[in-house]
Design a protein around this ligand. Sequence first.
Ligand code: SF4
Length: 502
Amino acid sequence: MSLKVLLVSPPIFDFYYSFHRSEPLGLLYMKEALAHYDWLTVTIFDARYKGTSKVIPTPEVFNYLHHLYVKDTSWFSLFHGFKRFGYSYDTIVTCIKENEYDVVCITSLFSAYHYDVEVLVERIKNETGAIVIVGGWAVWADTNILVNGRADFYIRGDGELTLPILLQEIYSSNGNISHLPKLIDSDNSSVNEFFMHTFPHRETWYTYYGKQIANIICSKGCVYHCDFCSIHSRYRYYQRTIDSIQQELEYLYAHGVKIVNFEDDNFLFNRKFAQQLLSLMKYYHNKGMYFLCMNGITAPNLYAVLDDALDAGFLEFNLSLVSSYEEVVKQHNRPALQEIIKDIAWKSAGKVRVIVYIIAGLPGATVKTCIDDILFLASLPVMIGFSPLYLLPGVRLFESMGVPDDRRLCRGSALYSFGEGFSREDIAALWKLCRFINRLKIADAINDEVRVHYEFYKKACHDHVWHYRDEKGLWHEGFSFSASLPESFHICDINGRTRLIG
Ligand code: SF4
């Protein structure tokens, strides 16, 4: 009898989620690593594959956000309504029962979502006889979850290395697991040879705006040490072989993939490797493939090979400025990237769309520095990406700020905790300013819609109260804030045309 194993990519519960990056790359690697064992049958249950979502009651823990997340049809709208993104737990549990899986492995990729993973674990343990294994970033970041965790095993590290050994143990002991530890660590001291030389084969394909898309990853780790990030403390940086990447691109091309999304944390690092990769990309771009890097491209890496990258078939460049203030980024061990990003923005204008992200609420920054960051990006031919600060357990910076015991509050949408001097309402006001600017950047002309929104924006600047628009088009008074927003500013659209607003 073979061991029946289900690898589960669970649904996400949040105010917002983008399905585009959902392809469960980690599970695909694990399935690949398990493919050659004839005593195993392995299936992936990807709860987010169909892209379905359902509004569900907002958990009480987020009640303090009600005045910020209102139903708003204006250009200033933020989130509204808490949702489940993906299939329900009933569907997953029924699948496990009906197919009599012996082992269920669940990925838990983010500490703020781990609470919901435990709810699923609890249901599987109560309603089926399956052994449950949980792994992923959340386990690596926060082994505290073991204290109350109901799963039989928590895997810390690369699952494709650990899972074959653990499953072998479960199989040979006929499911008697009492002698095994609850926490299983993988050896991350050396490079993961399997990752370097292998790529996962897919059975299902995601689409992005009607085109087949696949995620790939060419390297692990990052050479920088930003203190609000945990990537650098988990892996030392290393890359896959270029041969293996070429084989994966050829495989994806042969299966009709039109867009490849790189999920690296330090994409295009190492100039020689970057040039080899870009020539490969150009080759496939000439055959009709396009590329994204939704996890971001490190700006200096891109800058070093910009001319080649502009011809390589990128649909957009996602860059991270964090802050335009050198003293702010330095405080967080991060290089100042303002000038490089400015240069990339102007050289890419009209060729490749650029989105630049700032982090709002970092310790050391102020409301004023954040407004300056926003106005700096408003003046460039880029769209603005706004990331409210989110907290990661185990990261010294956040531990010193106080990571909440209820890890659900660690997500960006929780707007939970910021550096000194930031109120939650000010962060929401800055976010609305970004949304307004982005809409202005894509507006063809100063028409009535622009004028109406500008009037309400001006009112917000004077009265320090935002208004929202209901479904009938009526405006209502919303939350108040204290930030001093600029009444007039320059906007540059993505093609490089600048105009004064106000
Ligand atoms: S550059 Fe990005 S991935 Fe690297 S340490 Fe900084 S935030 Fe993390």
